[in-house]
Design a protein. Sequence first.
Length: 337
Amino acid sequence: MIHVAVNGYGVIGRRVADAVSLQPDMKLEGVVKVKPDYKARLAGMKYPLYALDDKGLKSFENAGLSPAGTLTDLLKNADIVVDACPGGVGAKNKEIYERFGKRAVFQGGEKHEVAGFSFVAQCNFNQARGRKFVRVVSCNTTGLCRTLDTLEQKFGLEKVRVVITRRATDPDDPSKGPIDSIVLDPVELPSHHGPDVNTVLPNVNIFTMALMVPCTHMHIHSVIATLKEKNVTEDKVIKTFEEAPRIMLVSSSEGFNSTSQVVDFSREMLRPRNDLYEVVLWRDSFKVIGNELFFYMGIHQEAIVIPENVDAIRALDGGYTKEDSMKLTNKTLGIAH
């Protein structure tokens, strides 16, 4: 068994905790919360709950909660820690993990340098095996890496240009996000997504732009990819993606004209929290003109990196092949392929 600690129980942390608890080869030793809020109460109902430090321990007890200890207590029982803290906090926590000799999985809110290795399972699982630290890249970068790696392996890529329409914030966060506005994010180009893709796929020539719109569910990417192979057809592209891992194809003829319908579909699939771990590609958006491929894809920002976190744990453990890890993760999370 791989003994896992999850530090942070927000959007990503609670999903990682649930995913780890489904793995037959992993044991979730506990989760860490900073504040004694409703999320801490929910966490304590499911898993051993830990406070960050002695000050947090006291605040939890004052709120009527009974944590099992602090982060340092939890680390004594763990082989690997998944750091799901807000961006920038993980880098500060790294010293603690190093002091306890623990391997760690960081999230895309941290810079590449926090681990020196950025991870997407299908792209570089084997290179991550046995490392001390890895960083699972952000939701948008994960989606881009899955699709672009698939195209690169099958057809070759000369260049990729992407415009990302980003959701403003997550459904549980009322503190930010544009209201009745479209925000250039950023104005100065490129956006950070292209350089982040290159931390995983260094040879892909990619340029990205991004803007935020007032919604909370999913990002949409408008992709133009120039292929090296000539005379590629839409049907050949569709067949390639049908066979690719962790990708779901939908079409407008089935009623998928917006992110709302995609989210409704995942709800009707009885996915936990309506989560979609797959990249969503619109089958009827594929268009090839010359050697340029155009298509739309959707990213469920809350869920897409969850299978990557599970695979990253196994990569750090070092006892698994990419194929075995991804197959087991897919099975436990209900991902078709």
